[in-house]
Design a protein around this ligand. Structure first.
Ligand code: AMP
Ligand code: MG
Length: 293
């Protein structure tokens, strides 16, 4: 087993009971940093393997893949999606970024807007943020929950547990119907976030990515970590695992996410559709038409 495969086992959470965030270091690189050129080559190889797997996924048209990315600001969600998915055919991939909910979104249950964006069979769907914001930012800022206009008697002290349960049920439903759900928490340290924020301030090309609100949100770091930990505990399952991915080193984040997707897709034993007798006869007839022209 390679260092990376071994590391994948460590960061994959399939059962939340004993999960503790502090057992996962944002700066971990599984001792691969000694040879960065090799790490780059590994990523390149994985990008190609992912493209080949996606080709089969699309041809077979049975499974769908849903990749969910959650993280603090500047943890590298955008960059990870950009790099890891760089080899896949855009036709077989759908990316959605979930921002502050619209008035129409708020007029529905909290899963509604995500349900509309689920990947079709044969496709890879990427959620850049997701319904998990509903137990993260909404939990850290309870005033957001008030804006949701849920009948007050339904908003009890169990509201977060109720939401975890709804999410777990939703993901079980997806799994039972052929959607493979993989969830990535890009685990950046508070210190590295600060460094990246300064970079966004210092480099004109990165200014657009930064706002005062981002700097303010940092003040709630502890509450966010608590919310992430509870969320992972409550929603990690074998059919929809969380991957707690070290995010202080971007190259390593990309490597781990790529390897995790490949590992899970390989388990599906994807196959190009079998050509049966009737199809063979059809192809032979098509050849005859072409040859007769
Ligand atoms: P960004 O993608 O970083 O440019 O910003 C998106 C913003 O939308 C973040 O501040 C999220 O916390 C916020 N957001 C996403 N989903 C929700 C949600 N369901 N409720 C409230 N805020 C959300
Ligand atoms: Mg932002």
């Amino acid at each position: 087993m390679s260092k990376l495969e071994r590391f994948l086992r460590q960061c994959r959470v399939t059962k939340g009971t004993s999960f503790r965030l502090k057992d996962h270091s944002p700066g971990d690189t599984a001792h691969l940093d000694a040879d960065k050129t090799k790490a780059r080559a590994l990523l390149q190889r994985d990008i190609e393997r992912l493209a080949a797997l996606q080709d089969k996924l699309y041809a077979q048209d049975r499974w769908a893949i849903l990749l969910i990315f959650q993280a603090m600001d500047a943890a590298g969600k955008d960059g990870t999606i950009k790099h890891v998915m760089s080899g896949v055919n855009p036709q077989g991939c759908q990316v959605y970024s979930f921002k502050v909910p619209s008035a129409e979104d708020l007029d529905h249950d909290f899963l509604w807007r995500s349900a509309k964006c689920l990947p079709e069979r044969g496709r890879i769907g990427v959620f850049n943020r997701s319904y998990y914001e509903e137990v993260l930012v909404v939990r850290v800022h309870p005033e957001l929950l008030e804006r949701q206009e849920i009948p007050p008697r339904l908003v009890t002290k169990d509201v977060w547990n109720d939401r975890y349960e709804s999410i777990a049920d939703f993901e079980r439903h997806l799994a039972r119907n052929g959607t493979l759900v993989l969830k990535f928490f890009l685990n950046v340290s508070r210190k590295e976030q600060k460094r990246r924020f300064f970079e966004r301030l210092d480099l004109p090309d990165k200014n657009w990515k930064f706002s005062e609100a981002d700097a303010k949100e940092r003040e709630h770091w502890k509450e966010y970590m608590r919310a992430y930990e509870d969320m992972i505990r409550a929603t990690a399952t074998p059919h929809a695992p969380w991957y707690v991915v070290p995010a202080d080193n971007k190259w390593f984040t990309h490597l781990v996410v790529g390897a995790a997707i490949i590992d899970a897709m390989e388990n599906l034993a994807l196959q190009y559709p079998k050509v049966d007798g009737a199809k063979k006869a059809e192809l032979a007839a098509a050849r005859e038409i072409l040859e007769g022209e």
